[in-house]
Design a protein around this ligand. Structure first.
Ligand SMILES: Cc1cc2nc3c(=O)[nH]c(=O)nc-3n(C[C@H](O)[C@H](O)[C@H](O)COP(=O)(O)OP(=O)(O)OC[C@H]3O[C@@H](n4cnc5c(N)ncnc54)[C@H](O)[C@@H]3O)c2cc1C
Length: 127
């Protein structure tokens, strides 16, 4: 793994992406590494927990969208800045966490569906 913009990620997805880009460039391609959205998953004692990106943002320009179902031990939260997801927490139900990570990586504008995106029946794959 290589340092990028002063940061050593220390996680497998960054190492994998950097390896892919190094391979492309060694094969005469022209690809740049733009960073990786940091994510951590915990799977112990029946607990499913994933966090991604910036989950400590307290800046007033960061909007928080939450879904809570404490009877089922489900808690999900998105951190949205200027229409883009910058962080996410999934506890109890990690459905769509991968797809939300992809939207973060692509810096997609989610303003139009931000209030529905965490709902269990939201069809995120159609985006
Ligand atoms: C205990 C532990 C748990 C982890 N858990 C997670 C996790 O849950 N999720 C996650 O995303 N990441 C995790 N990581 C981090 C992840 O393993 C690393 O980010 C990733 O392996 C880095 O990949 P790499 O290819 O850059 O380096 P490495 O996997 O370290 O590969 C480097 C390779 O180069 C070889 N090498 C070194 N020097 C030389 C040399 N001079 N000549 C020839 N070969 C050499 C080494 O032997 C090694 O095989 C964990 C790391 C540790 C230590």
């Amino acid at each position: 793994m290589a340092e990028h913009n002063g940061r050593i990620y220390g996680i497998w997805p960054a190492a994998q992406r950097q390896g892919v880009i190094a391979g492309i460039n060694m094969a005469d391609g022209n690809e740049s590494y733009a960073g990786t959205v940091p994510s951590t998953s915990l799977k112990v004692a029946g607990i499913h927990l994933t966090s991604m990106g910036d989950i400590l943002a307290e800046d007033k320009t960061v909007e928080q969208v939450k879904v809570k179902n404490l009877d089922k031990n489900i808690y999900k939260k998105l951190f949205i800045k200027e229409g883009k997801i910058i962080g996410a927490i999934f506890l109890g139900n990690t459905k769509n966490a991968y797809e939300i990570g992809q939207l973060m990586e692509k810096k997609s504008d989610v303003s139009k569906f931000k209030d529905k995106i965490l709902e269990a029946d939201f069809d995120i794959k159609s985006l």
